[in-house]
Ligand binder design. Sequence first.
Ligand code: PLP
Length: 407
Amino acid sequence: MTTVNGNFLKFPGVYLFQEIAHQVAAFKKTAPEKRVISLGIGDVTQPLAPAVIRALHSAVDEMGNAATFRGYGPEQGYAFLREAIAKNDYQDRGIKVDASEIFVSDGAKSDVGSIQELFSNDAVIAVTDPVYPVYVDSNVIAGRAGDYVNGKWSNIVYLPCTKANGFVPEFPKVRPDVIYLCYPNNPTGTVLTRDALKAWVDYARREGSVILYDSAYEAYITEPGVPHSIYEIEGAREVAIEFRSFSKTAGFTGLRCAYVVVPEELKISDGKGGQVALKPLWSRRNGTKYNGCPYIVQRAAEAVYSEEGKQEIRQTIGIYQKNAAVMHEGLTRMGLEVIGGKNAPYLWVATPEGTDSWGFFHKVLENAAVVCTPGVGFGAAGEGYVRMTAFGSPADTVEALERLAKI
Ligand code: PLP
């Protein structure tokens, strides 16, 4: 018989969000009259911007006409989109990134999950704890994580982000080859100051490590001085790959579009005493495994950068930011300790004394019919917290807070 990739069998139990769905379904059976409000999963609720819808319609029409029909597109993405990204997200903000360094994709999940293919099988991986699970799980499948023992993978270097260190990861004792950083952070909603991010860039340069910088929530930064891109930091082009997504910026969770920046200067060891640039390798990998994001979706993403598009997406982001502010205030008034929510759509809420993550999850589900995400599902250091998201409708968000206040 054919043998499976045994790494799949190392995963413990079921996926966090499946477990939550299972618990919610069980609750609904016992209380069918209650309307459950989810502050749990990180999907958006507001519709796409009118400028995006117009671009979609017009691209669909192009596909129905032989003169304007498009088949396979360039693997790296159409130049019109790569140029709009380079100009609006980087050059207009004084950051050096060229359109040729941008790789358009169907989502940051695929990108952050696949990028580990560039590194050797024995590369040492570091992640923050708590963490967006894709970084860890993709390395488990690749065989780099070791074994799952007492809630941790034996070969992964964990960088705890706790109240004690102000949710800023400290340098590890073991030198990692690859460091995943996500800011604004999912799940804690925290950000790194420029100095803290610079310290990590300097560390990576000193140690010869690569930083994989996921800034899927960049659009939610409100405070001045918080870096929007790792390339604002001097030297980052030599050590960092950046990931962005249209999912939370422009409501593309169902449309699917994102991009990766791989700078020309980024080189790692070839294992034979020389060096190799990562940009051509990522291009090679995509050429083999990927045929590009759909043309109509790339036109929709381009419309995000039009004047109307920019204004319209700002309005929608404003709705979620207002939800986050209302939640921060309401939960704080209830006496809960609340982290994040200022530069991110996520709030990291400390569970009251004597209640663990899952205990608090059950308490709010059973007594308020509100769903949150147990922090321990994002890593051992997430115990004692739950994650709440600001992506609900404003009415649901307010109602969820009223219900929580009652309990
Ligand atoms: N990165 C982080 C940190 C996320 O939280 C998410 C989605 O929840 C993603 C990436 C995936 O985004 P996309 O919808 O572009 O696949």
